[in-house]
Design a protein around this ligand. Sequence first.
Ligand code: ADP
Ligand code: MG
Length: 682
Amino acid sequence: MADLNTNVRYIKGIGEQRAKSLQKLRIATLRDLISYFPRAYDDRRSYKKIRDLTDGESACVEAMVAGPPTLSRIRAGLELVKLRAVDDTGALDVTFFNQAYRKDSLRAGETYTFFGKAEGALAKKSMSNPVVEQEGARQLTGRIVPVYPLTAGISQLMLARAVEQGLAACQGLLPDPLPDEVRRAHQLCRIGYAYEKIHFPANDEELAIARRRLVFEELFLLALGLQRLRRRRDTLSCQPCRDTELTDFYSSLPFPLTAAQRRAIEEIRADLTAGRPMNRLVQGDVGSGKTMVAAAAIVCAVRSGKQAAMMAPTEILAGQHCRGLSPLLEGLGISCALLTGAMTAKAKRAVLAGLADGSVQVAIGTHALISEGVAYRDLGLVVTDEQHRFGVNQRSALSAKGERPHLLVMSATPIPRTLALMIYGDLDVSVIDELPPGRQKIDTFAVTGAYRQRFYGFLAKEIAAGRQAYVICSMVGEDGEIPDERKAAVEHAKNLQEKVFPSLRVGCVHGRMKPKEKDAVMAAFAAGEIHILVSTTVVEVGVDVPNATVMVIEDADRFGLSQLHQLRGRVGRGQHKSTCILVSDNRSEESRARLKVMTQTGDGFQIAEEDLRLRGPGDFFGQRQHGLPSLKVADLTCDVALLKEAQQAAQALLSQDPELAGCPATTQRLAEMFAANEGALN
Ligand code: ADP
Ligand code: MG
């Protein structure tokens, strides 16, 4: 008896050879097979008489092959099989390119169904490369046919047959992870029907019914898993932080905090004093001042006798946070240390000793903070900055260094609300929806390379006025070559220095430099010793040099919108007017539409929404990065209403049956879905 984990090679009608091919699509088990959903559908239901075919129309034609097909070799690599097919209304000339076998497989006098795009009119009608099958077979024609994502060596038909075999093999044994009463309450079809019809719908209604059910199931299970994690966490207790005064913190800042910053800090203080571990996401646009919010949290934790750790995704960023925060914190009597992989063993040892004995109260660093051998005396607060670069597992590895520490996550990119709900479903969210006063809009232009002389002139003028500029290169590689970010940046910098700006100082940073070298260049740029910094996206997140006012992004069409927004956010951080120039020679409509969004708005949330719409959620966040189960059918851009419905259903079920004792199939499915992070999230 098969179960869903059965290897596909044991499924009747599949066998060793096909199983090997399926492996290429990462289809190993019966579940993989039936969950390999079509990416589209080809509607081949329309039948036409030859007389009624119109030019450009796709339709099925039932017609008899009038004479033996002929094969001609036009030249090497081009073989044509031609035949004439007839019905009682007319004749159709059919041509197959490079399908020599058709000469013998199609026989004069037999009737076939041809499906393809008709060309020509009146007496001269033709089809090229139609789909053909025996009249009445109705596998490839006369129905809606699934279109699967494929790789070489596998045909649509072979996959469709395999799926059919798979569905037959698990008939009646698909456990339904949706409890019956949920299914009924939300008017969803049964699981067997859903799987069958998502592959082989007879009409649009069946497809809609199947899809709705599967989307709901997916979102429901994800919501359920996340809410369960959250409930479990809410039952945990930890020592509350003493409610601490932050008056001296506020007054030691060089500026008053915005109302939005203060609100976020108040929410954090409430969490810290509640006696439960905090799990909070701070979302705010680039430049909204998230670092100060983290600093306030750190002060609270340390004043309650705890240690705090702040983890950033890059050495540059960790170094910058440390340089920025340690004077502030040390002014309040709090000891800080930097910990990164690039430090000397000796320097590291000193910090480790300080963390172990508690004399270092705040550690700021990269993922060196979670490496083995790092032990804290009493880690009470964990802050991760620019969260989407860390997986859930890294977050929890840091948490594991303490005893139920409070967790504060700072997002790098504003995320559309729907996506935030899903990805951060287990977190509380504070939104900083206000920028510090005096920020000017960053003028953004999308130009082609033809404008190069003009914007170089502009750069020179800004620099003459005392400002600085970034020039970002994308990773480019010749065809078939591994993209080399070092080469791109170094060559561009060399060219700018020698040919364009010989009298200015041009610097260069890229990801392949040693952290020490990188830091040295960044420090020189921050100190104004470098006028133009040519860089790869290593400056994408968080880097703060307020005197820089021009951001040039080469090959801007190669970046995601949210990434462009991050990059653009490196300027406009001081009191001077800033400009962003997006250079792209890609004149495709899509690329132009994307860059236009950038010139029209500076609102990161809106840009993220647009990015999600244009690229789809799969690309928006690399799945691996957030470490949560990936979505197969749901599309967060258009299934918003269903998402809400599913979340409410999950909540209702959990209030009624917190341990899901009455729904073993649901529990089982959750365990499988969250297998990768179950341990980590607990
Ligand atoms: P992000 O939210 O992108 O991490 P940062 O925390 O790096 O933003 O802050 C951006 C810049 O704004 C920094 O130079 C910071 O010192 C400054 N800043 C933060 N809060 C305020 C404020 N309330 N008023 C003025 N400047 C601020
Ligand atoms: Mg930041």
